[in-house]
Each structure stands twice: as C-alpha cells, then as structure tokens.
Design a protein around this ligand. Structure first.
Ligand code: G4P
Ligand code: NA
Ligand code: NA
Length: 194
C-alpha cells in the first residue's frame, strides 16, 4: 500500500536491526486519514469473505480495526491484555508469549461477542513472531467461529510470524512488508514477491 510505505519511509525510525518505531502515526500519535485508507484497503481485500466480526488486540490494533469495521460495516472486538473489572464471566482466553518482552500474558475476550456463526477477520498493527495473531486465532477457535484471514499493517518479513501463520493455512494480508532494517534503513518486500 503506497501511502503506508511512503509514510513509513518519511516518519519511521529504525531503532535497531529488528525494531521500527512508528509513533508518529500508529503506536502513539495516530494519523486518522492514513487509518481511514488502511481501513479501505483491508476492506477491499476481504470484501468477498462475508466477514461478520473483526478481532484485534489492544491497543495499537484498535485504530486500523475500527476503520476497517466502518468500511465492512461490522463490529470490532479488541482482546484485553489485563483483566478488566467488568469483564469477568465467560471469557475466552489464550496465552501469548512475547519474545520481544520475554513474558507471557493472558489475553481475553467475552464469549458474548463471538460465536459459531461468526467469520472473523483478525487485524493487528505489527506482525513479528506471530504470537499475538496465534493467540487471537486460538480465541476464534474456542468460540467455534471461523477465521477468514489476518490483516496486518506492518509485517516484518525477517521474523517468522508470517511463515508460521501461512504454514497453518491462514490467509495473511500485510499492507507493508519489511525485508530488513539493517544499517538503519527500511527496505521493503515488493508486492507479489516472497
Ligand atoms: P508477535 O505478536 O508478532 O510475536 O510480536 P511481539 O511479541 O514481538 O510484539 C510485542 C509488542 O511489540 C506488540 O505490541 C507488537 O505490536 C510490538 N512490535 C513488535 N515488533 C515491533 C516493531 O518493530 N515496531 C513496533 N513499533 N512495534 C513492534 P504491544 O506491546 O502489544 O503494544 P500495543 O499494541 O499496545 O502498541
Ligand atoms: Na499490536
Ligand atoms: Na504494537
């Protein structure tokens, strides 16, 4: 997606060979116009898939998910990372291990909002090792709902999440795929290549 790639080139900061900071438009300050275009792009890619729900995880997955939900006219659910006072009963939960943070967290969703009739589009801001997406997929399975696909804003192609998910037969659509962050530079994988 050209506008996203252009914005990453202009505003992204390479923190190390493995981490890209995008605080100016996605992870801290949010660019609504860009999120709107991201929503249109995901919606175009999944418009034939009879999506009934979008599932993401707090916090940075919410903005692109809401814009996609607006376009597809479906509700957006975000999995919680911390136990909520009001979210106590009938939880669907999964364990998510973060290699980056070296910690494991439970994520949860109320079973009230997902059921066996749902066709779910999972969305997240980054795909690194894929553990968050796998946890979200696990929650969809617990609800006996169907996973229609996974939409990722920025995929780091040099980490193994994309391969892991695609090997499980899941459809992964990433709007920007990064080949490498070596030497302080962002290089992209061109659409249509692996
Ligand atoms: P994984 O789910 O793909 O295995 O990812 P990982 O555990 O490595 O990610 C932990 C957190 O770091 C996630 O955000 C993820 O989105 C983010 N992340 C991973 N790689 C990058 C990167 O290169 N740049 C940036 N900016 N973020 C990255 P989170 O802690 O859940 O935070 P948030 O959603 O509240 O922002
Ligand atoms: Na995220
Ligand atoms: Na994030």
């Amino acid at each position: 997606m050209d506008l996203l790639i252009q914005t990453i080139k202009e505003e992204g900061i390479v923190l190390s060979d493995s981490v890209l900071k995008v605080d100016s438009f996605l992870n801290h300050q949010i660019n609504p116009r860009l999120m709107y275009e991201i929503g249109k792009e995901f919606s175009n890619r999944f418009k034939e898939d009879r999506i009934t729900k979008i599932l993401t995880i707090e916090s940075s997955g919410i903005a692109p998910s809401v814009m996609t939900g607006l376009q597809l006219d479906v509700p957006v659910i975000f999995a919680r990372k911390k136990k909520s006072l009001t979210l106590v009963n009938d939880l669907l939960t999964a364990k998510v291990y973060s290699f980056t943070k070296q910690e494991s967290n439970d994520i949860s969703v109320s079973n009230k909002y997902l059921n066996e009739k749902d066709r779910v589009l999972i969305i997240d801001d980054f795909l690194a090792n894929g553990q968050a997406a796998i946890g979200l997929a696990e929650i969809v399975k617990q609800a006996n709902a169907e996973i229609a696909g996974i939409g990722i804003v920025i995929e780091k192609g040099f980490q193994n999440g994309g391969q892991l998910l695609r090997e499980q037969g899941l459809r992964v659509e990433s709007l920007a795929r990064i080949h490498s962050l070596d030497n302080g530079e962002v290089s992209f994988i061109k659409d249509g290549t692996k």
